[in-house]
Ligand binder design. Structure first.
Ligand code: GLN
Length: 194
């Protein structure tokens, strides 16, 4: 199994390091050629406008969208979640891949708590809470009918899945806990069986 980490900008090395700890072949993906060699892709946190611009510049935007619509597994964290979403309520002019039926507000957790850390219960990965780090995180303001909510913080969804698309508002690559990346690897394995 080969995993890609979209290598435009943001938390690229941090995700690669987690996969290395899990003994999984993971690569930085910056071109169509590289994209075609991986079985699943992480879209990291960073600056969603910068990543979007580079996705378009490299021609990856349309191809990636097409692949995701056909079942290619992706996991977006923070800015990655913004890029996957259907609607960016706070910046309606900003384009997105439109493959995950949620609406988000960029930097929606407010100035005074722009960054924070909280222990979340995520039943799918086991009983032990997951230390979740939010950095100028997107706030989910709507989830469509087909979207499964995997975790909530203060009643608001912060980790979701719709078919082959998973996303979190927080940064699992910054916690010393491999369970969310393992969950994504299981998703990729299941997808390649079909
Ligand atoms: N605030 C960033 C954005 O709107 C996302 C922050 C992050 O990925 N840590 O693109």
């Amino acid at each position: 199994m080969r995993i890609g980490v979209l290598g435009m900008q943001g938390d690229i090395e941090e995700h690669l390091a987690v996969f290395k700890r899990l003994n999984v072949d993971a690569f930085r993906v910056k071109s169509l050629k590289a994209l075609n060699t991986v079985d699943g892709l992480v879209i990291p946190g960073g600056e969603s406008t910068t990543i979007l611009r580079l996705l378009k510049l490299t021609g990856l935007f349309g191809k990636l969208k097409d692949m995701i619509q056909k079942g290619f597994p992706v996991f977006g964290t923070c800015a990655g979640m913004i890029l996957l979403s259907k609607e960016i309520t706070s910046h309606s002019e900003q384009d997105a891949l439109n493959v995950l039926d949620i609406s988000v507000n960029r930097n929606g957790y407010g100035r005074q708590v722009e960054s924070f850390e909280v222990d979340l219960s995520i039943p799918l990965i086991g009983e032990k809470p997951f230390k979740s780090i939010f950095i100028r995180a997107p706030l989910i303001v709507r989830t469509g009918k087909g979207v499964k909510i995997l975790a909530r913080y203060d009643g608001t969804p912060v980790m979701v899945r719709e078919g082959n698309v998973m996303a979190s508002s927080f940064h699992p690559e910054l916690s010393n806990d491999l369970r969310i990346h393992e969950l994504f690897l299981r998703m990729v394995k299941d997808a390649s069986r079909h």
